[in-house]
Design a protein. Structure first.
Length: 393
C-alpha cells in the first residue's frame, strides 16, 4: 500500500490483486500532476477546474484519479479496458471510506455518457486504444468541455498529440514536471475526424498451424492487433487437438485465436475465454463467432486469471502469459496464471504454455506441478506442458 497526498486529502492506494511484496505504486507522477492542475496548483491552471458537471476519467490504471475525485464528491465515471483497474478502484474507494455509488464504473465497450463536461485521459500504452476511445467520446463533448490528458514523458509522443488534434480539437502540452506532462485540448467540430477504424480483421495464412485460414478479429488495444505475434504462431503449430469434449480455457485469450483454433479442430469441446481486458474478451468473442460451429459451446469472461473458475473443472489450459504490467517487467502475472491453472484443472488435466526461452517458465511449472515437458522449441520460443497429478489438490 502507498499513499497519494494531495491538497484534497491523502489516499492509501493499492494495485489489484493486492500483494504486500509488490513495490510498484498504484499512482504515478502523471496522476499527481493532473490532480494538482485540477486544484489550480500549477502554472498551467491558475484557477481550479470546474468539476460540477459530468466528469469522465479514461484509463485510470488503479483508480487514483477516480478515488481522489470521488473523495471531493464529484461522482466521476471511470472508463477503462481493465478488469483489474475496476477491482482496484472499488477497493481504493472503499478504503477511502466512500460508498460504492460514489463512482460509476464503465468499460471501453460500454456506451459513453451522453454529455461530458470534464474529460480526463490517462494516456494508454496503446495508441490504437486512445484513437478508439477519443472517437467514441467525441460526440459527448461540447465547446465548454475541459479536456486534459496526462502521462509520463515517455508515454506522450507526437502521434499522441496528433490524435487529440485530429479527433477533438486544438492541442498543446504543459512543461514536464517529475517526468510527467499534461495535454490540453479544446473541443471543436471536426469534419474530417471520421469514425473509429476498429475493430479490424484478417485471415491467417497457411503457416499458422491449427490457425491456418481462421478469421481473426481485433478490437483496439489488443496485443499484436495488426498481425499474429510470432509466439502465438509457434504455439498454433503445436496446439493439442483431438481431445473430444474437453473443457478448454484460453487464459489471457487476447483475440481468442488459440481457443478458437482448438475448438475448430474439436467442435465438441467447450471453451472458456478469459482476459482482464474487455477489449480482448470482445475480440475473442468476435473471432470465435467468425469461425466456430454454431453448436460449439463457449463462455467469455473478463476477470482476474482463473479466480472465478471452479476448482477441478478444466481439462486443458492454453496460455501465452504476458510479462509486462504497465511497462514494468514482472513474472507475477505468469505465476498467478500458472497457480490458478493448477487449481482449476482436473487431475490429469494439462497446462500448455508458450513463452520466450529466457523466461524460464519450466522452473515455475516444475515447482507448481512437479513436472514440465518441452513439447516444442526453436531458438526463441518454447512450448511447455505440465500435468496435474492425481494426488494434486
Amino acid at each position: 500500500m502507498n499513499r497519494l497526498t494531495t491538497s484534497w486529502g491523502a489516499y492509501d492506494l493499492t494495485r489489484f490483486p493486492e500483494d504486500p511484496r509488490d513495490q510498484l505504486r498504484a499512482w504515478s507522477a502523471a496522476d499527481a500532476y493532473l490532480l494538482r492542475h485540477l486544484a489550480g496548483e500549477t502554472e498551467e491552471g491558475a484557477q481550479p477546474v470546474d468539476l460540477s458537471g459530468t466528469v469522465a476519467v479514461v484509463g485510470d490504471r488503479w483508480g487514483a484519479l477516480t478515488t481522489a475525485l470521488a473523495g471531493r464528491g464529484h461522482a466521476p465515471t471511470l472508463i477503462t479496458d481493465s478488469f483489474l483497474a475496476h477491482e482496484a478502484t472499488r477497493a481504493n474507494v472503499a478504503r477511502a471510506g466512500l460508498a460504492p455509488e460514489a463512482v460509476r464504473l464503465s468499460t471501453t465497450r460500454d456506451t459513453p455518457p451522453d454529455r461530458v463536461d470534464v474529460l480526463l485521459v490517462r494516456v494508454p500504452k496503446s495508441l490504437a486504444l486512445l484513437e478508439d476511445q477519443l472517437h467514441r467520446l467525441a460526440p459527448a463533448l461540447h465547446a465548454g468541455t475541459v479536456v486534459v490528458g496526462a502521462g509520463m514523458v515517455t508515454e506522450i509522443h507526437t502521434s499522441t498529440l496528433e490524435l487529440f488534434e485530429r479527433i477533438i480539437g486544438p492541442t498543446r502540452t504543459s512543461l514536464a514536471r517529475q517526468k510527467a506532462r499534461l495535454i490540453f485540448c479544446t473541443p471543436e467540430q471536426r469534419t474530417g475526424a471520421g469514425s473509429s477504424p476498429w475493430p479490424r480483421s484478417h485471415v491467417l495464412d497457411g503457416d499458422s498451424g491449427a490457425g491456418s485460414g481462421l478469421t481473426v478479429v481485433n478490437h483496439a488495444g489488443v496485443f499484436c492487433a495488426e498481425r499474429l505475434d510470432i509466439g502465438t504462431r509457434f504455439f498454433l503449430r503445436h496446439l493439442p487437438t483431438g481431445k473430444g469434449g474437453a473443457h478448454i480455457v484460453d487464459l489471457g485469450c487476447g483475440n481468442g485465436v488459440l481457443g478458437t483454433a482448438a475448438t475448430v479442430a474439436d467442435p465438441e469441446a467447450t471453451v472458456t475465454f478469459i482476459d482482464e481486458s474487455y477489449q480482448a474478451v470482445a475480440s475473442a468473442e468476435a473471432t470465435f463467432r467468425a469461425n466456430a460451429e454454431v453448436s460449439t459451446k463457449a463462455d467469455f469472461v473478463a476477470g482476474d486469471a482463473l479466480a472465478a473458475v471452479p476448482a477441478g473443472s478444466v481439462d486443458f489450459v492454453l496460455n501465452n502469459p504476458p510479462f509486462h504490467s504497465h511497462q514494468a517487467t514482472t513474472g507475477a502475472t505468469a505465476w498467478r496464471m500458472f497457480s490458478g491453472a493448477r487449481a482449476a484443472l482436473r487431475p490429469g488435466g494439462e497446462l500448455w504454455v508458450v513463452g520466450n526461452r529466457h523466461l524460464g517458465y519450466h522452473v515455475k511449472l516444475r515447482k507448481l506441478f512437479g513436472n514440465s515437458q518441452v513439447v516444442a522449441s526453436d531458438p526463441k520460443f518454447v512450448v511447455l506442458r505440465a500435468v496435474k497429478g492425481n494426488s494434486a489438490r
